[in-house]
Design a binder for this molecule. Structure first.
Ligand SMILES: NC(=O)c1ccc[n+]([C@@H]2O[C@H](COP(=O)([O-])OP(=O)(O)OC[C@H]3O[C@@H](n4cnc5c(N)ncnc54)[C@H](O)[C@@H]3O)[C@@H](O)[C@H]2O)c1
Length: 415
């Protein structure tokens, strides 16, 4: 089987590798010429795909920038970004551009699958008409389905193979073709009645996380007022073996998915005169969390008679989660920006993120950073940092991730 993957990022590249490892011939397409060149030289740029995984694939995985090369594929999977516009509305530009280019080379009998996270109706109402400009009809001449990506970057216990895959096609035959495709690489394929159900299932999964993170973030703010240790409370509640699922508070919510997806659903809901207040409230609480963290930094510095203005603050971890270098929507960026506005001298250490050009910063060495700061703020906890050592060396540490639990010293403050 020959598979085309459009968009070779966090989602597309691991998927391309999974198909190639299963013996398929994979053509990866990206508009980023550097990514195309890197892959053709056997170099990976995604943490979850080690370079060593590419070498054994040989000719089974090649990259291109030319859509014409997709014409020979049996199936083409779209994994392009679906971000928000400046006005926080769904931005389907990448999807429209890639689908328009694909329509020029679409061939009878091909299966097209959309994996990008989006609102219900995108596959049928937006993608299908663009593909039909090819002159072919969806469901008969070519097949079309939605199958959400469930990848969790940095995670090793669940993989593309072991995570059940949802599929929903625009017709029964499209669904069946999509089921057969993913059966090549996934242990379990779950069939849904429509692309809309599959699109909404993905949003539910992410919004479920967003709402629960908002709940514990709000609890952390309340615990601050009540002078109760929020981590102790959560750990205690998590001993209940049923009816409770643990979520941890933090500096806010980041990444391409959780801060974005609620807006996709809200957009669709508004078109139907429905206002999902509960979901929007969760987004609001999570968006406000970085400001709360800055206030905690101000208070911690105040406790040692230092103003934020002029204080040297070392931010530890700037990606949106531990173990990855993705800074999209990372709360660390908001925290750094606000501290800079307040006059703090901000530096950061993150071995996964060498540069933050938007803030004029480069990652500093951990030891130098710790010795030269007034306060170290643990914003994202990476596995390569010894946090006991951080607390031992920095004059004052504030921990927004709960990784210093168990350490009780005067110069340590926790969320
Ligand atoms: N990153 C995640 O953890 C994750 C998890 C589940 C779902 N998703 C969803 O998957 C989709 C892709 O996300 P990602 O994190 O892989 O994004 P990414 O930015 O890492 O990768 C997208 C790739 O698409 C390429 N691209 C953009 N326009 C293109 C075009 N017209 N033609 C060809 N290539 C094009 C970009 O150059 C980039 O390499 C999004 O909808 C996202 O919400 C992401």
């Amino acid at each position: 089987m020959q598979i085309g993957i459009i968009g070779l990022g966090y989602v597309g590249l691991p998927l391309a590798v999974a198909f190639a490892e299963a013996g398929c011939e994979v053509v990866g397409l990206d508009v980023d010429a550097e990514r195309v060149a890197a892959l053709n030289e056997g170099r990976s740029y995604i943490e979850d795909v080690p370079g060593a995984a590419l070498a054994p694939l040989g000719e089974r995985l090649r990259a291109t920038g030319d859509y014409a090369e997709l014409a020979s594929c049996d199936a083409v999977v779209l994994c392009v970004p679906t971000p928000l516009s400046d006005s926080r509305e769904p931005d389907l530009t990448y999807l429209v551009e890639s689908a328009t280019a694909l329509a020029q080379v679409l061939r009878s009998g091909q299966l097209v699958v959309l994996e990008s996270t989006t609102y219900p109706g995108t596959t049928r109402d937006r993608l299908l008409p663009i593909l039909e400009t090819s002159g072919f009809t969806a469901g008969s001449d070519f097949h079309l389905a939605f199958s959400p990506e469930r990848i969790d970057p940095g995670r090793t216990d669940f993989t593309v193979k072991t995570t059940p895959k949802l599929v929903g096609g625009v017709t029964a035959s499209s669904t069946e073709r999509a089921r057969q495709l993913y059966a090549e690489i996934c242990d379990t394929v779950v069939v849904l009645s429509s692309p809309e159900a599959a699109e909404l299932s993905k949003l539910l999964e992410n919004i479920f996380r967003s709402v629960n993170i908002a709940l514990v973030n709000e609890l952390a703010q309340l615990c601050d007022r009540l002078e109760i240790d929020v981590w102790e409370v959560i750990e205690a509640a998590a001993t209940k073996p049923f009816g409770f699922m643990r979520f941890d508070p933090g500096p806010g919510m980041g990444g391409h998915c959780l801060p974005v997806d609620p807006f996709y659903l809200a957009f669709k809901a508004r078109q139907h005169d429905f206002y999902p207040e509960f979901i929007e409230l969760a987004g609001k609480v999570n968006q406000a969390q970085p400001s709360f963290c800055v206030e905690r930094i101000e208070r911690a510095l105040n406790g040692v008679r230092k103003p934020v203005n002029g204080s040297r603050v070392l931010v530890l971890g700037v990606s949106y989660k531990g173990g990855v270098g993705d800074v999209r929507e990372s709360p660390a960026l908001k925290i750094i920006g606000r501290l800079q506005d307040l006059g703090a001298e901000v530096s950061y250490h993150d071995s996964f993120v060498p540069e933050l050009p938007g803030h004029g910063l480069s990652s500093v060495g951990l030891e130098d950073g710790l010795r030269g700061c007034d306060l170290a703020a643990i914003v994202t906890a990476h596995p390569d940092v010894d946090y006991e050592h951080v607390v031992g060396v920095a004059p004052l540490t504030i921990d927004f991730r709960g990784v210093t639990r168990g350490i009780e010293v005067e110069n340590l403050v926790r969320l």
